[in-house]
Design a protein around this ligand. Sequence first.
Ligand SMILES: [Zn+2]
Ligand SMILES: [Zn+2]
Length: 781
Amino acid sequence: MNLFHALDSRQPARISLTLRGIVQGVGFRPYIYNLAQRHQLSGYVLNTGAGVTIEVEGAAASLHSFIHTLPAQIPPLARIDDLQLAIIEVIGERNFVIRESDRSQSSFALVPSDICLCDACLADTRDSTNRRNWYPFTNCTNCGPRYSIVIDLPYDRPFTTMAEFSMCPDCRREYNDPTNRRFHAEPNACPVCGPKLSLSPATAEIPDGDSRAILTYIARQLISGRIIAWKGLGGYQLACDATREDAVSTLRRRKHRSEKPFAIMVAGITAAEQLCVVSPLERTALLSSQRPIVLLRRKTAANLAASVSPGNPTTGVMLPSTPMHDLLFLALRELAGASIPLVMTSGNLSEEPIAVDNDEAEAKLADVADLFVHHNRRIHTRVDDSVVRVIDDEVLPIRRARGFAPQPVWLGMGEVQVLACGAQQKNTLCLTKSGFAFPSQHMGDLENYETLEFFEQTRKRMCRLFHIEPEVIAHDLHPGYLSTQWALRQSGIRHIPVQHHHAHIAACMAEHQLRNPVIGVAWDGTGLGTDNTIWGGEFLIADLRSFQRAAHLRTVHLAGGDTAVREPWRVAYSYLLDTFIDQPPAPPSFAQLPQERTRVVDTMLRQHLHTVPTSSAGRLFDAVAALIGIHATVSYEGQAAVALEAIAADANLTEPEPYPFNLIDDASMQLDFRPMIAALIEEVLSNEPKQLMAARFHATLVCAIVRVCRKIRETTHINQVCLSGGCFQNQLLLRGSRNTLRASGFEVYFPRAVPANDGGISLGQAAIACETLRTQTISGA
Ligand SMILES: [Zn+2]
Ligand SMILES: [Zn+2]
């Protein structure tokens, strides 16, 4: 470092360092303290609103070594984004100290995510001689709650929901001892001074806070088929024995959730491997400090109730993330002599936000849970479990929440503070500041008052936490989205409307720092286009400012708009009518449908009554699933596509032959799948295996994507392709497109920091708004 040339190595000197990144709540100050001790340096370390400030004084050679070692050995959960150095005046201090936090700076620090239980804390809770034996709130600087309990920055106990608990002398001693693992562990607690569990309804024999007795009681209730609501880390969870069909189907009935799969939690990695096929990367994801739900392929012999994930060969599996979860499995094992998998699902009614307060949970889940396990540590921020899927060598987020939020994405642009409101489904919002974008945790579908409240609350809390006052609001074009309506109600602030599929591509571009125009393949279910039709099978030539619709799926009309999403047979009928016009053949799967319903749909389509034109790729998946006879109706969006992908994967073909399709080279290119529909229905009528047809369908889509991209490259010479939108959560489609495009010489990108589905929309909106403002400032507009 050139800085040191100015110093005489024999003379003492003093240096100040300012660090930004994830440097609070991850054991950073003790790390610096010990590093300074090792180098015999005096000075101090201090948490500020902006990060960490360090001043160190001593021999120049020691300072040199200190500064070189510092970034190389940071704690596992820390991350340094920026480090500024300056030589300052020597003051002749003797000691190195950790100073009280300074709240005066109005900038911001990055807030750590909640982190799963570490091995050392796990050992403490299992050790009968340890004072934290069976204590479910055990944590240290390497583990425990963070984002869910932080109210304000800097990350210090008084600004967390742990402020209500004052440390006992033993905990205080650990907290003040720089050599202790719990040195400045803000949520540090023990059975004497910390949060306590309680049962509701209470039983006379079990006192509040006797966690072993409570967890053992709960384990017994679970084994006998009861449904428990318990307060987890970021909200209430509903649990029941995942091997008991009666318990799981009761939970479904009470939660009004007919078929959408439930996630399960198992005691450990061995239990996961007994139930599912686990690849090395899936194993890493399961064991990662975020402890997400990982979508895994179930083994045929897996002992799970059929209604855990009906008609779906994959199951979402997670491992215990807190001591409370781990100790419950210990109690189950003590009682049953074996590991029992538990359904572990969000404590909410269908599509509402997850409950966080004790009273709220009792009120909302009264008809769902047989009993409640509460505790008295408040959850400040609601964070649901995260979901990931491993595709080849990538761990891709499906739902980004606990363990991931509120980690920012580095945009490398945009000093402007933007609020992006996201989409309607799988809503997230996103804020920007100082070159960072902060996507919120997953909030759910903005379909009810409760979710909109959650949106408002998250916006307020994130703005406060990161000291952000948005100057601009970005939102979707769709006037029906509650997020758009909310945005438009905010007056006195500039609005930037962003087209849905442009936002999907921009999210991918922002993460990969792509600035030049790309070919964006945005395939999903629904998004409003600039021509007021519903888009969803789009090929865009896009940068972060603007886009051009280069190609799309040929438009078909859907009878009854939203009803068609629930009834894939209607989409199939549209495709059949579009292909055959006069006499559409009826696939056998239509035989169960009441004739008058098909007649009504026929009339609607022929006369264009209540029909919606769409180029949606998601709907094409639905149509094919219905034609093949997999799902004529569905109970949640994407169900048919998931089933279609699963049976295509079963075909296990290396190179299934694509069906024919046309490319109509018009003003805007159109992918015409009528030849495929004609070929498909012929195979359906001659009873070809479903797996084969599903596999050939996927191969056709891959082939079509590559052919359109090549065609666009011919005229534009653009060689970078971004694949985004919910359809690219499909393993066969993503893998096939990526590999074939690469083989054709393209550079291929897809979202990894945020989901490819609508959960990623807010990041794309934010990036577009930042870039729009940046270029307008430059051009003086
Ligand atoms: Zn720990
Ligand atoms: Zn204590």
